[in-house]
Design a protein around this ligand. Structure first.
Ligand code: F6P
Ligand code: MN
Length: 385
């Protein structure tokens, strides 16, 4: 009944829009043109916006039917998306919400924690701990695995996240985001008690879902369940994520790179060579001019690459030789690699596919080269020459 009503409304709207277009062609006055086309009644606007859209919930239910996505995983993604909406709300308040600035504390990696880092972490924990879909969580902002409180049932998944990526951008009103990765909890053979770090130490190939939310000019959720990459835009009036990018693909070739050039003197030889060739442009061996972009929030740089191609690099360098790069394997590099690969791109640490790396600790770091196939393969090739 509802769909009949909706299709009736669609027909009426299409007819009405057609009439308005005719009026536009016939009318000489600019203001008449604008008023006829853009000043729809509230009902017209609502119906034209909502009737043909796929919400995240509908997409997930259809996935359950077509790809047998378990209901528990569907619920998990919905809960994470809801938490991201709450984080978005806090981020958007800025100075008015008193949420900017630092906490005066450091996380396990010695980075200063912003108030919004801690708040976002709390939001994700609280949203996910009670639903019975998780066996445990781990986060950039917590030293150890988070235990699901005993009063709640436990589920079969593990959730790992960077609650607010690109924190240095928060206070200057530039895009930040939330990155997450979902793994299955290994069988504990009936063992009770705290979940140890080992349960999380699975290569990226074991991820069953990964995604990020970007809090930018628009808030978007980008998601993979292992069969392509979908993009959802938050309709802030309706409060729901709407499917707007049905099949995100990374172009194979590109002329755009992203790297923090200020670290150039610390890089290893293959990266120095590659970036030097990029900078030589048309006159160099790559015979084309390249453009450079660096937002300094992985979420934003990767989002740009998913939208129009490019290569993102955060190589290891000689400043802290014991650390293989800056970015974290479990909750930055692995989920982004899963998304990039699902979109037809490539992701390596210069030597091997990132998703094949066996993690040894929760907060392990890794060098990252990801994005358009041709360029990532080129710089990876230089590492083995
Ligand atoms: O989470 C680490 C991070 O903020 C990434 O989001 C970003 O790509 C990178 O660090 C920026 O590093 P830098 O400040 O060295 O440019
Ligand atoms: Mn981060």
């Amino acid at each position: 009944m509802l769909s009949v009503t909706l299709s009736f409304f669609n027909k009426v709207l299409a007819q009405d829009l057609g009439n308005k277009c005719k009026a536009l062609q016939q009318s000489g006055s600019q203001s008449v043109k604008l008023s006829r086309i853009f000043f729809l009644t509230p009902l017209e606007r609502f119906m034209s916006r909502t009737s043909s859209r796929t919400s995240l919930s509908r997409f997930l239910i259809e996935q359950t039917r077509s790809h047998q996505t378990p209901a528990e995983l569907r619920f998990l993604i919905e809960v994470v998306a809801r938490a991201c909406k709450m984080i978005n709300h806090q981020v958007s308040k800025g100075a008015l919400g008193g949420v900017l600035g630092s906490m005066g504390t450091e996380n396990v990696q010695g980075e200063v924690q912003k108030k919004l880092d801690v708040l976002s972490n709390e939001i994700l924990l609280e949203a996910n701990e009670w639903g019975g879909h998780l066996a445990g969580m781990a986060s950039e902002e917590m030293d150890n695995a988070y235990q699901i409180p005993g009063k709640y049932p436990k589920g079969s998944y593990l959730l790992v996240f960077d609650p607010l990526d690109g924190s240095s951008n928060i206070d200057v009103n530039v895009s930040v985001g939330t990155i997450f990765s979902v793994l299955r909890c290994p069988d504990r053979n009936g063992e009770e008690g705290d979940l140890g770090e080992e349960a999380f130490l699975q290569p990226g190939t074991e991820q069953v879902a990964a995604g990020y939310a970007i809090y930018g000019p628009q808030t978007m959720l980008v998601l993979t369940l292992g069969n392509g990459v979908k993009g959802f835009t938050l309709d802030t009036e309706m409060g729901s994520f709407i499917l707007t990018n049905d099949d995100i693909r990374v172009p194979e070739t590109t002329a755009e790179f992203a790297i923090n050039m200020s670290n150039q003197r610390h890089w290893e030889a293959p990266v120095k060579r590659y970036v030097d060739e990029l900078l030589q442009g048309k006159e160099g061996p790559l015979e084309k001019d390249y453009n450079m972009r660096w937002v300094a929030a992985m979420v934003a740089d990767v989002h740009r690459i998913l939208t129009r191609g490019g290569i993102f690099m955060y190589p290891r360098d000689s400043r802290e030789p014991e650390k293989p790069g800056k970015l974290r394997l479990m909750y930055e590099a692995n989920p982004m690699s899963f998304i990039i690969e699902q979109a037809g791109g490539v992701s390596t640490n210069g030597y091997q596919r990132i998703m094949d790396i066996q993690p040894e600790s929760l907060h392990e770091r890794v060098a990252v080269f990801l994005g358009s196939k041709e360029e990532v393969e080129r710089v990876t090739g230089y590492h083995s020459e």
